[in-house]
Design a protein around this ligand. Sequence first.
Ligand code: ARG
Length: 526
Amino acid sequence: MIRTKIQNWLLENKIEGRLEHPADKKFGDFSVRTGSEVKLTKNNLVDKVEFVSGFTNIYLNPELLMDRAKKIKNGEFRKDLSQIGKNKSMVIDYSAPNIAKAFGIGHLRSTNIGQAIYNLYEILGWKCIGDNHLGDWGTQFGKLIVAIKKWGEMEVDKMTVEDLERLYVKFHQEAKKDESLVEEGRNWFLRLEKGDAEARSIWQKCVEISLKEFNKIYDLLGVKIDYAYGESFYEDKMAAVVEMLVDKNLIKESQGAKIIEFENMPPAMVEKSNGTTTYFTRDLATIKYRVETWNPDLMIYEIGADQSLHCRQLFEAARKLGFTNDFYHVAHGLIRWEGGKFSTRKGETIHLSEVIDRAIKEAKKIAPNNSQEQIKAVAIGAIKFNDLAQDPKKDIVFDWKRVMSMEGNSGPYLQYTYARCKSVINKKQDTKNKIQKKQSWNEEEMNLLREFYKFEEKIIEAADRFAPSVVAEYLLNLARSYNEFYAKNRIIGEKEESRRLFLTESTASILKQGLELLGIETVEKM
Ligand code: ARG
């Protein structure tokens, strides 16, 4: 269990047990179940302690609260946080779109959540390695080659991802009528794996066309993934891992195919009966490579929940092979769009570019006076926040009204609150900015002040639970507290100006840093 400075300090005072933030602020900042009243040994950082029906409620001193807020504002808190993951390393596998298919809304979710998890671990001092396990190998290429040869009206060079996708969809439609096509596809993949020149050259072009498209999307999202080895990289590394399985007696023959069996799960196929490899084998070779190259403490897979069985089989196989690293599958839920899940095979995918175009249109409506660049930041921020605000395990429904809402739980709401803070700060009159030691804070001021230090805990918890939503939710609470404070208190020109500016600056700083962790930009005005 990792703790923040404040939590550690409470521990030093013999306050042990589950430290919780009471839902009702009137019960203090921390509450812990204790048998009897706890006496603090040094209580200069605590305003008061109350023992109420089995709980010790602790009210932190405003000076302590201000001190943590200052450390967050000036970035000093990062030094403390970065001690947590010292000497630890992780590889995170995320995004991973498939060549010759559109970058779908599911890959968008993986990209957004994966990047946020990367950022969270990074701020905690872990060495992070991101790897984009592109789907650039596999039987689908056999199918695609058949389709290109049969129905492709133009040179492969001139095709777009949409053309490739259309051909892929057509393959599946035609294969329903003519089963021999599937066999033909399998043979073409076999030829590809054997190094056939024609198959290789078509495949290579498909990869180039798709990468060009994907890179445009990554640019737009502002995402840069450290590596993109992709499945094809393991082409010559699979034999070694199959050999390891054979050596450990883990391979069984089944109807000409090679499989690996598990105690409580169905078997996984390692090699098909025609000798071609599988997604599973490539993933196993990937683990071996990652261990040999980086030997990370932890390997995180940001893949949809529909691949849960695959991941469980994979991690179990890795254990059987003797890899002792920790593995974690984030297993994000689906994004639903009125009618249900999308699938490329049926050709119902909502293309990411369409989603982005629409978001930009909507952003223009809510930020009409902003520059093109800022409108883009609002649009992309809204899409990302929608992916990040909810527990990754849950399915989400894509609802434009919610995504772009200025009042609700949305990215634009946070960006708007940040811009509001900035406009207050720009009007400041009291340049001395000295805050008296003894203050009597009013309720909204105090409520806001009591939010700041939680930022550190929330970062830790979010990383620990692989759930950026913990930070997202916290930022929404912070913004709500700020807006309540703002609605009831004048700031500029008041005798409380300096401390209210302090509250405003702290809010702005946390919103900016928090959104940055989520991969979302802020805009200075809105
Ligand atoms: N390309 C795959 C898909 O779209 C996801 C790959 C995830 N990563 C992995 N190591 N299997 O379904």
